[in-house]
Design a protein around this ligand. Sequence first.
Ligand code: GDP
Ligand code: MN
Length: 394
Amino acid sequence: MHLHEYQAKTLLADQGVPVPPGRLADSADAAAAAARALGGERWVVKAQVHAGGRGKAGGVRLCASEAEVAAAAQALIGSRLATHQSGPEGLPVAQVLVEAATAVARELYLAALVDRGAGRVALMASAAGGMDIETVAAETPERLLLTHVDPVIGLLPWQGRRLGYGLGLSKPQVAALGEMLAGLYRLLTASDAALVEINPLVVTAAGDLLALDAKVNLDDNALYRHADLAGLRDPAQEDPRELAAAAHQLSYIALDGDIGCMVNGAGLAMATMDLVQLHGGAPANFLDVGGGTSAERVAEAFKLILSDGRVRAVLVNIFGGIVRCDLIAEGIVAAAREVALNVPLVVRLEGTRAAEGLALLAASGLALTTASSLADAAQQAVAAAAARADNCQG
Ligand code: GDP
Ligand code: MN
């Protein structure tokens, strides 16, 4: 689960990490009032969306008067902000964070994250702040400073010193960085976060360290023990199809391809996606309808797949162990009656009551093809999607 910048900054401030003074606003008037209350002569108005890259997309605006703050808030609130991380449709902006502007001398990068490879928490720092850290890691890995925390011993002072001097900081700044790292590490472990990132961490003109931006990604599987953090969820920032899926207990992840996949069981779903790729196609989603699914859930799943405008073919791959194939067929027929099925449908049913399921589908009059094996099904779906793509272009 992602948090907004203002939420992440509150959590960081709770751990003693310095952040700029700021206030949240949901209207132009509230933004102007926030600027007045903060005082000073310059402010930054920042769109609150679950995506980075806001600066380049016009979502971070420097203002020199209350009127400018109000105008910036007016322009951002109620709009959608598209950044290179949000996808082309962008994300809705309901609130802006108004902050006292900082005079920046240097932009650095700092993060604490779970390093699965090392099985430890990694602390990362770079003098190349404000940039995409993935680019830094790929092109100039020597600019990335890294240290791992021993879970038994905890963070040690030398680790902060190594990163701090590596960044070219002065002695008092290195001490401040050490405190900051301790705060990051505490926040990461106490909140079961996967990532706590400050980009940029700035050295101000006065020489102080300040978290100018903040990002926290929480581990969904640990949210059950953090009721307070779970309450920070903002569904408006999440993929509507993934939300609808969650409401029906379907495991659904939207992907970039054009072949909608409906499968029972996570392992079979992965294998199906692999085969689609192997035969030159690209899945539009991962979807596991679950082991003991019902006709209603299948119908919801089917509607979900068809609501994705990119889907050019649907591949249903069900291995009926606990689930009955005739129930799956019922769900498909019910859904196809409700929403027009206007893309090719390839079905592979195998296992419990497969023959009955296939008979139901045949009797329904739905335009579909059946497949005898998983490879056959994947091949047919890839060919059907490719044929439709050609038609659309021709
Ligand atoms: P992001 O683009 O979504 O990562 O948003 P950030 O919060 O990182 O802001 C983008 C950029 O705006 C930062 O890298 C800074 O260069 C700039 N910026 C943000 N706040 C301030 C500020 O208070 N003062 C100055 N000088 N620059 C700022
Ligand atoms: Mn940033």
